[in-house]
Design a protein around this ligand. Structure first.
Ligand code: PHE
Length: 343
């Protein structure tokens, strides 16, 4: 039996020395140390031995088993180390390879225009206010002197969510909300944001566009204040050599109402294709806040007066940069949008 054990050990160690994979290692382990393995076989035969021989053979069998186990463990470690090395070699990073360029985004042109306008009015003491895009019929229309059934509602058809909820058609509801919340205190505010109208999209109409409106309510606010404010704005936005012109217009929430034009930059008033031979380009709507609107928001129209104006950053961007189609702002072609960023 001694010889048998020695032979097993010798054979096992030889085999272990040749193992190259973990799978082979597993097989060898089963062959020698498993339940049906050679060593177990020897131990089973111990019953036939004499009582003196038993401990000697037992001890020897244990030593052989330990020796095989140790060799297997060492081999396992060696194989794992080798596999790790192969893996590391395969995953080696070449730090000298050029990197992938990181694509840097930029501010959308409409947002840049809004920020520019905001900066100008913040400088004049205006606050920036925001409001919900899903608006109530009350704030979008009624609080602005457009009761249900008013014919001027036709100019601003919307997307209705319910009879009383709609996507706002202008940013004026933010003004009504702010006036309501302030309860009779003076206001200087501008409100930029997205607005929606049920229009058929074409080069100059988009069912979604942006607006920015301003409101100034206090004692003794006069039409001449409105004119001065708009003149300053036009010169800031379009150049100090621009002239403005106010034309009578109609909005239910302002009285009197005006439309503001700036002199055409391209022909300086001579008349060209950009200004349709008139020398003037329409920029915004404005007027003195209607006494009814003030009253509904809790202001006494005998004490307070105010002016409001509203414009479309889309139109301003189109004029400033010669963009021929409003839809370009919303179709997200990066080649178009990128032109307005440095690098
Ligand atoms: N809310 C108006 C519109 O969308 C614009 C406007 C605002 C006109 C404020 C006058 C005063 O057409």
């Amino acid at each position: 039996m001694k010889d048998q054990l020695q032979a097993i050990e010798k054979e096992a160690l030889e085999q272990i020395a040749q193992i190259e994979t973990l799978k082979d290692l597993q097989d060898v382990q089963v062959t020698y140390l498993g339940k049906k393995g050679s060593i177990t076989g020897v131990l089973r035969g111990m019953g036939k031995l004499s009582p003196e021989e038993r401990p000697v053979i037992g001890e020897m069998a244990n030593k052989v088993r330990e020796s095989i186990q140790t060799n297997l463990a060492e081999k396992k470690e060696a194989i794992e180390l080798k596999e790790l090395e192969i893996q590391l070699e395969a995953e080696k990073i070449d730090v000298t390879l050029p990197g992938r360029p990181v694509r840097v985004g930029g501010t959308h042109i409409l947002h840049s225009i809004i920020e520019e306008i905001e900066d100008h009015f913040i400088g004049l003491g205006y606050e920036v206010k925001e409001g919900p895009e899903v608006e109530t019929d009350y704030y979008n229309f009624e609080a602005l002197n457009l009761p249900k059934g008013h014919p001027a509602r036709d100019m601003q058809d919307s997307f209705y969510i319910t009879n009383e909820l709609l996507l706002r058609t202008h940013t004026s509801p933010v003004q009504a909300r702010t006036m309501n919340a302030l309860d009779g205190e003076p206001i200087r505010m501008i409100c930029p944001g997205k607005v929606y109208r049920r229009d058929s999209d074409d080069a100059t109409h988009s069912h979604q566009f942006t607006q920015i409106e301003g409101l100034y309510v206090d004692k003794n606010v006069r039409m001449s204040d409105l004119k001065g404010t708009l003149d300053l704005f036009a010169k800031k936005m379009f150049g100090t050599d621009r002239e403005i012109r106010l034309r009578p217009s109609f909005f239910p929430f302002t009285e009197p109402s005006v439309e503001m034009d700036i002199s055409c930059k391209v022909c300086s008033g001579e008349g060209c294709s950009v200004c349709k031979k008139t020398g003037w380009i329409e920029i915004l709507g404005a007027g003195m806040v209607h006494p009814k609107v003030l009253e509904m928001a809790g202001y006494d129209p005998k004490v307070y007066t105010g002016f409001a104006f509203g414009m479309g950053p889309d139109r301003i961007a189109m004029l400033k940069y010669g963009v021929d189609d409003i839809r370009r702002f919303y179709t997200n072609d990066v080649r178009f949008l990128q032109q307005f960023h440095e690098a």
